[in-house]
Design a binder for this molecule. Structure first.
Ligand SMILES: [Zn+2]
Length: 178
């Protein structure tokens, strides 16, 4: 079996304050849909600013959204594999390399709203219908520390990604209007 690294309870994201253990599996679908909808509204509202990086170390709002879309799709697929295999070997996301190899530069707001909404729906469909026993299965996950996590915890992490990057897109809008 995978080694279970010791993780602290009530782990908290250093940047946005999110606490993974506070989210219940039954809440995730609604929370994810809401955060995704808010992010799409911000993309539309930011107009020409959406593709600009306000600072060299920040992505553009469109790139944060593309990253989130790929998180939804990638983790959805990993969860399906974990439902079949007891000890799945799962590919990394390669979040930085994906910007180039996923051709984020070709993304448009119109496409992104469709893709992000569809990806959230696809993720929700898999996780929402998943029987409880499977939700307690574990798989390795590298963030925030390398550990094996239950699929319920990983679903909480998917919502964290939406919550966290919704904050990034908000900050981008503020920086680019200043
Ligand atoms: Zn965070």
């Amino acid at each position: 079996m995978h080694e279970v690294n010791a993780v602290t309870t009530n782990e908290q994201c250093d940047v946005c304050g999110f606490i993974w253990d506070e989210i219940q599996a039954g809440q995730i679908s609604a929370l994810l849909s809401s955060a995704t909808g808010q992010l799409c509204e911000l993309l539309i509202a930011q107009g020409d600013r959406v593709a600009r990086r306000p600072e060299p170390e920040r992505w553009s709002s469109l790139e944060y959204a593309a990253h989130l879309r790929d998180v939804y799709l990638s983790i959805r697929d990993r969860m399906v594999v974990a439902c079949v295999e007891l000890e799945p070997t799962l590919p990394p996301l390669y979040r930085e390399e994906r910007v180039a190899f996923g051709f984020y530069e070709l993304d448009t707001v119109d496409d992104m709203v469709t893709e992000l909404t569809t990806a959230a729906t696809l993720f929700n469909k898999v996780f929402t219908q998943m029987p409880d026993g499977l939700r307690e299965r574990r798989m390795p996950f590298a963030f925030p520390v390398a550990a094996t996590r239950t699929l319920s915890w990983i679903a909480s992490q998917v919502y964290h990604e939406a919550f966290h990057h919704l904050g990034d897109v908000r900050v981008n809008g503020e920086l680019l209007s200043a």
